[in-house]
Design a protein around this ligand. Structure first.
Ligand SMILES: [Zn+2]
Length: 319
């Protein structure tokens, strides 16, 4: 009986750890990138722009949503700001109007829907600004209104520079197999609050101090106290998924916003922090509240991490 009530309280607190201003999608199909490292390296060579900058924009565009169809180009950039026809496809006319659109596949048209044309134009666009961090940020300001998105793309470039590789698809289960833990499917559980809200994640029960691990290649986007999640850390994966770790006891030494991490790297330790002023702890059993979010920036939505957790757990066992 006592265990039962503690568990219910834990579940209730778990839902309080939910990310604000998000909507829920039970299942989420991960977008698959089509642009290859070879294509990116070729554009980098031809445009004399660091491959990490080309890669960062291409990766963001390909993982913006699950329906992403390559790099999107607004008419003012592709066709030029004063071009009366934003749908112009003639490379000569685009050039005349200062558009960045170019013909990469030599079919006589500069078509933003073609990967080759899109990539050559990406190189052309970045080349106009220059090959350094300041110039890259300046270029991003032309295309992306939101600072959050510009920072995300800059972060991706840093991840690529750290690992010197475009294919960074590896994932890791967030708890090391040497530690005891348990979790079950709780997505959509209606608990507390009159059933108005549902649990946005998976609670992984484990002892105090159990290390929690990065699930993906990426960088730390958020770190600190949140009154629901307690000590929480947010990892922006290179797959553009936001991995949310809440109720921690403490963070791994040296963790800071902007830091690049790889799958399996220790981010912090399991605790029971949250639901109150900074430092509040022990109001529910220790567990890791694990959330996964996607979104293009204007809107973030949670999706069910459970199937991914089971998948990563299986993959770990087989290695
Ligand atoms: Zn939870």
């Amino acid at each position: 009986m006592r265990f039962f009530s503690v568990f219910v309280v834990g579940g209730l607190l778990g839902l309080l750890a939910s990310f604000p201003q998000s909507t829920l999608h039970a299942a989420e199909k991960m977008p698959q990138g089509r642009i290859t490292e070879a294509q990116i390296q070729e554009i980098a060579r031809d445009s004399r722009i660091k491959w990490t900058y080309i890669a960062a924009v291409a990766n963001y565009e390909e993982h913006k949503t699950s329906k992403s169809k390559g790099i999107e180009w607004p008419g003012y950039l592709w066709a030029g700001p004063w071009n009366p026809n934003p749908d112009e496809r003639s490379p000569q006319t685009l050039r005349m109007f200062g558009g960045i659109g170019m013909d990469g596949n030599k079919d006589g048209l500069a078509d933003p829907a073609t990967t080759e044309d899109s990539l050559v134009s990406l190189g052309n666009w970045l080349r106009r600004h220059g090959d350094n961090e300041e110039a890259f940020r300046e270029a991003l300001e032309e295309k992306y209104d939101r600072e959050l998105i510009r920072n995300r793309i800059m972060g991706f470039a840093k991840v690529y520079a750290t690992f010197n590789k475009y294919e960074l698809t590896e994932h890791a289960f967030p708890v090391n197999k040497k530690y005891d833990y348990s979790f079950k499917e709780t997505w959509g559980d209606k608990r507390g609050w009159g059933g108005r809200r549902i649990h946005e994640g998976t609670d992984i029960f484990a002892g105090y101090g159990t290390p929690v691990l990065a699930s993906a290649y990426g960088f730390i986007e958020e770190k600190g106290w949140n009154k629901f999640g307690g000590w929480r850390i947010g990892l922006r994966g290179i797959d553009n998924v936001y991995y949310y770790y809440a109720h921690l006891a403490s963070f791994s030494k040296g963790m800071s916003v902007g830091m690049v991490v790889k799958p399996g790297q220790v981010l912090g330790y399991v605790g029971s922090s949250g639901y109150g002023k900074p430092g509040t702890s022990g109001k529910f059993p220790p567990h890791l509240h694990y959330g996964m979010y996607r979104g293009g920036g204007m809107k973030e939505w949670a999706f069910d991490p459970y199937p991914y957790l089971r998948q990563w757990e299986r993959q770990r066992k087989s290695t």
